[in-house]
Unconditional design. Structure first.
Length: 212
């Protein structure tokens, strides 16, 4: 059951990696195995830090309060994710209609990472159509920061097994690879618009399930 929960959580927080893979596939941006490994390693480190922080804070709090905080954080993150995707889609639509670019709405290392979180293809900083090792670190940070908050919340709800960081890193590599493959073979335009809402819904369900 614990392994299933970790896998479910891992795929929920790694949907952004899937979207990044789709984006790279559509724009013919190549990401090597070494770069994929760096992304996975960066994710593993971020998850380890999140779990360590949750363990320290959890030891200071009453168990019920820690569980409540973690469940509420997961639910709030899910709601925020849904709102963010809706708002991003609306801003993109408005910018096309008005002719005003929306890039000013994205907050350059810190700003660049935030830009990559908004548009994964921006990890290709030099526009070489190839994700270098340095660019892979930036991509890993962009995806890892997203993961950290959700993992922190989940670890507060209940301790996660020691293999969670490595599992999350492997899942991140898997979803990026599958996203690249899927973009070239069977992802429809309609599905691409709906996939970004999936992680928000999953996080809300995970949070609500831990409240009862």
């Amino acid at each position: 059951m614990t392994l299933c929960y970790v896998l479910f959580l891992g795929f929920a927080v790694s949907i952004d990696g899937f979207i990044a893979g789709i984006s790279y596939g559509l724009k013919n941006i190549f990401i090597s195995r070494i770069s994929l490994f760096i992304v996975g390693l960066t994710t593993t480190i971020c998850v380890s830090l999140a779990m360590g922080s949750a363990h320290i804070l959890g030891a200071m709090l009453n168990t019920k309060i820690a569980v409540l905080i973690g469940a509420l954080l997961l639910t709030i993150m899910g709601l925020f994710s849904l709102f963010q995707e809706y708002f991003s889609a609306k801003v993109h639509s408005d910018s096309i209609t008005s002719g005003v670019p929306s890039t000013n709405l994205t907050f350059s290392i810190g700003r660049l990472v935030i830009n990559i979180m908004a548009k994964p293809e921006k990890a290709d900083v030099d526009h070489s159509q190839f994700i270098s090792s340095i660019e892979a670190i930036l991509l890993g940070l962009a995806l890892g920061i997203d993961n950290m908050i959700a993992i922190f919340a989940a670890a507060l709800v209940s301790p996660l097994p020691f293999y969670t960081p490595i599992t999350m890193g492997l899942i991140q590599i898997l979803v990026i690879t599958f996203g690249i493959y899927a973009s070239k073979h069977f992802i429809s335009e309609q599905l691409k618009k709906k996939v970004p809402y999936l992680p928000g819904l999953i996080l809300i369900l995970l949070g609500l399930s831990r409240l009862y």
